[in-house]
Design a protein around this ligand. Sequence first.
Ligand SMILES: Nc1ncnc2c1ncn2[C@@H]1O[C@H](COP(=O)(O)OP(=O)(O)OP(=O)(O)O)[C@@H](O)[C@H]1O
Ligand SMILES: [Mg+2]
Length: 250
Amino acid sequence: MAITFVVANQKGGIGKTTTATTIAGILGKKYKTLLIDADPQGNSSATYQAKIKDQATLYDVMVDSDRIPLEEAVQHLDNGDIVASDPLLIKAEKLLDGDVEGLYRLKDAIEEVESYDYIIIDTAPALGVVLYNSLIAADRVIIPITADAYSLQGINQLYSTIKAVQKRQNPSLKIEGLLLVKYSGRSNLEKNMLEELKKTAESMGTKLFETKIRECVKTKEAQTANKLLIDYAPNCTTMQDYNELVKEIV
Ligand SMILES: Nc1ncnc2c1ncn2[C@@H]1O[C@H](COP(=O)(O)OP(=O)(O)OP(=O)(O)O)[C@@H](O)[C@H]1O
Ligand SMILES: [Mg+2]
């Protein structure tokens, strides 16, 4: 059985896709790894240069009336294996809402798959039914967070969602940790925030990862070029830090 990580934070632009694709890229060099793009924006799919037209996507696995097995939606690409997202996935929020069975679509699909060591799920900046599906399907949650006050404000809401899932649908779901991203390490504000982040993590029964992900301009360039960071800039600071992170979580 694969170990499934979900990268979640309903705040937009915080570093979920960068975290999911980079971790998947690193793990993919050593282990059988699958990335699932559970965000209708499809940023991970773009990074992997995945097909969406004339191609089965997560929509066909989760939402379509003739649903297909997850394996039939996997694309084996140079960057690795991915189940792409489709803008249509936004429909899941309406079509699956209020349907108890609808919360288990992703879990059921993942359970049928046997060939992966790791599955990484990238999620949308929303606390909707697709995120619930992802949290129910996953073993561990990684929460990227930046060192600013706004970032902390949203965390409580995410934590309530995770607690609800742990209580009802997925008791073994574990918050692997809060991951400080886009860290410059230069400002005093950031340093002061570190203590607060540690306390927040503790109050959530988890930790702030020892590894902090520093900023690097190459990260943005890689995303613009639709390349994985591990291939575009294998030695940049951000990449070094994600390598350390993977040692922490594997
Ligand atoms: N370590 C980093 N150094 C520099 N830029 C970064 C770093 N991490 C992320 N970014 C940049 O921040 C922006 C947002 O990152 P990303 O797309 O990973 O966030 P997201 O949480 O997935 O966004 P969304 O909520 O829209 O899905 C991107 O332009 C990305 O390149
Ligand atoms: Mg994203």
